[in-house]
Design a protein around this ligand. Sequence first.
Ligand code: KIV
Ligand code: NA
Length: 265
Amino acid sequence: RKPVTVPGLKAMKAEGRKIVMLTAYDASFAAQLESAGVDVALVGDSLGMVVQGRSSTLPVTVDEMVYHTAAVARGLSSTLLVADLPFMSDRDVPSAMETATRLVAQGGAAMVKIEGAGRICEVIAALAERDIPVCAHLGLTPQSVNKFGGYKVQGKTQDAADKLLADARAVEAAGADLLVLECVPTAVAARITAGLSIPTIGIGAGVDCDGQVLVVYDMLGLTPGKRPRFSKDFLAGRDSIQGAIGAYVEDVREKRFPGVEHSFT
Ligand code: KIV
Ligand code: NA
């Protein structure tokens, strides 16, 4: 397979080909994603919850992100690698530049992901100016959990939906190349997707986004506790991890996942 690139993702949006993204935290899972044909691997700070067993992503450090990103990079050859800027490493431009430099130079990431808009647009612009590709992340941004008062669907009122669209336009204008939309109503995500030239990747954001992402342990039924509504156990009824990831890839490409039962109205 030819390497997946940032311009290649924009071409996929233009051609209406769905982008398949999945999280990975180590080389073995990365190799599984790679051979199943996943387009983009995300080293999410969700590793704080699903690998470290913490109750939020806030304690994850830059050192931990670099360690996991480097491990995932060793398992990949053609899959595009994205790594999260952890909590507060994006507090100002110098800190974000330092963190992104480490994730790219030491970790091997091709792109970094940052939660939020507003003043974060200044950080996105500074990274874009140095040609570091940026994935923005709006909607339910887990680093804002204390402000939200829990993990809740965002953009439910007309005002909140309008604000989300304005934020999405702002991160695109600042230079973001990709946008994750987490837990927003299907119609709101569809409106944002149609209004932007950069691809959107949904998680709990309906089938109309340009691509989908899930936490790999959630979609294998490994995460303890109640599975989130937007996820699905792809290992159920299948006999291998490779088969489960392959089914996810196919279901996203054929627009069979997510269904309305995994989405919010
Ligand atoms: O950390 C993560 O896994 C993420 C995805 C859920 C988008 O940010
Ligand atoms: Na994250």
